[in-house]
Design a protein around this ligand. Structure first.
Ligand code: CAA
Length: 299
């Protein structure tokens, strides 16, 4: 089903090679999905060989796990693995027709990425940003052709979460949005088209939930009590586990953006930035099972 506001699907280009800028956990997760569902070559880049190698290793380890679980044949694993490459040379993106970034959530970092990407890709290549809290139009300001940029916002864990927000910025043209919808469909995700407003749709709601949970903690209610109080709602995860899943720094950025957008509606929390520095809210045993809340986090 083509959602409301979606352009004619016939306008979509067929993606033959994917470029992924950023090799962090989010980017690696969707690089893997592109490999498996689009079945095309995927090239990854980042700021250092170490980071690129880490992203490649994640994808290969996940493919191995799927083979072990009997969900992927060895032939397919080898084919996907051969389709995956890493580079530090932007010229390897020259023949990509779909380039998506998930680098640090800072405008000038995104600007630098897209300036370098546009310098090498073909004029008809479509560009996408996985930003969760910045304006797609603002990101596109450095582009000579901002009409080819769309938001393509995944949710963690990428392999499991069915939703994708396709962000139609003021300048995004129909070919870009139609291509994003086609890619989303090929990835077997349910895509919604959103406008380029802060937090799109999901983070407006999540920002509220996560902000209120942090506000309760800031007001002296222990993490355990907040988590226990919310448990009967039947959410798949409590807000603190969710913050750890998306990354504490990402969570802090999302809350900052939402607060900047509507200070009367959202909560700005410095403690979440402190937790991001600490790197955790929960303590874990030697096997990685969560055991409780870190006393350092409760200070
Ligand atoms: N990567 C790949 N697969 C994963 C995974 C991961 N990180 N985590 C879980 N899975 C898979 C498991 O392998 C399992 O698959 P199978 O059933 O096929 O074996 C399945 O998910 C269920 O996993 P579990 O049984 O271990 O765990 P669960 O039932 O407790 O579910 C969960 C785990 C899917 C993460 C669930 O807790 C959940 O839906 N949590 C909420 C996640 C959420 O709200 N995400 C949105 C965050 S917001 C965001 O990302 C955007 C932003 O801008 C901040």
């Amino acid at each position: 089903k083509n959602p409301q506001g979606a352009p004619d699907p016939k306008l979509a280009i067929k993606v033959q090679k994917v470029g992924v800028v950023g090799a962090g956990l989010m980017a690696s997760q969707f690089a893997l999905l592109f490999l498996r569902r689009l079945q095309v070559p995927v090239v990854i880049t980042d700021v250092s060989q170490e980071r690129v190698d880490k992203g490649l290793a994640y994808c290969r380890a996940e493919l191995d796990k799927l083979v072990e679980k009997g969900r992927l044949s060895v032939d397919d694993r080898n084919r996907y693995s051969a389709n995956l490459s890493g580079t530090l040379d932007m010229n390897d993106f020259a023949d990509c027709d779909w380039v998506i970034e998930a680098v640090f959530e800072e405008l000038k970092v995104k600007h630098d990425v897209f300036t370098r990407v546009e310098a090498v890709v073909r004029p008809d290549a479509i560009l996408a940003t996985n930003t969760s809290s910045l304006s797609v139009d603002e990101i596109g300001k450095v582009l000579k052709h901002p009409e080819r940029l769309v938001g393509f916002h995944f949710f963690n864990p990428v392999a499991v979460m069915p939703l994708l927000e396709v962000v139609k910025a003021a300048k995004s043209n129909d070919v870009s949005v139609a291509t994003a919808m086609r890619v989303a469909n090929d990835l077997k995700k349910t895509a919604v088209i959103t406008s380029d407003s802060t937090g799109f749709v999901v983070n407006r709601l999540l920002g509220y939930l996560l902000g209120e949970a942090m506000k309760a903690v800031d007001e002296g209610i222990p993490f355990e009590e907040v988590a226990d109080a919310i448990a009967p709602l039947g959410l798949p995860m409590n807000p603190f586990d969710l913050l750890e899943l998306v990354g504490l720094q990402v969570g802090a950025h999302v809350l900052d953006s939402m607060y900047g957008f509507a200070p009367e509606r959202f909560y700005k929390t410095d403690s979440l930035h402190q937790l991001a520095k600490l790197g955790r809210i929960r303590t874990k045993d030697s096997k990685g099972n969560k055991t409780g809340y870190d006393p350092e986090a409760i200070k």
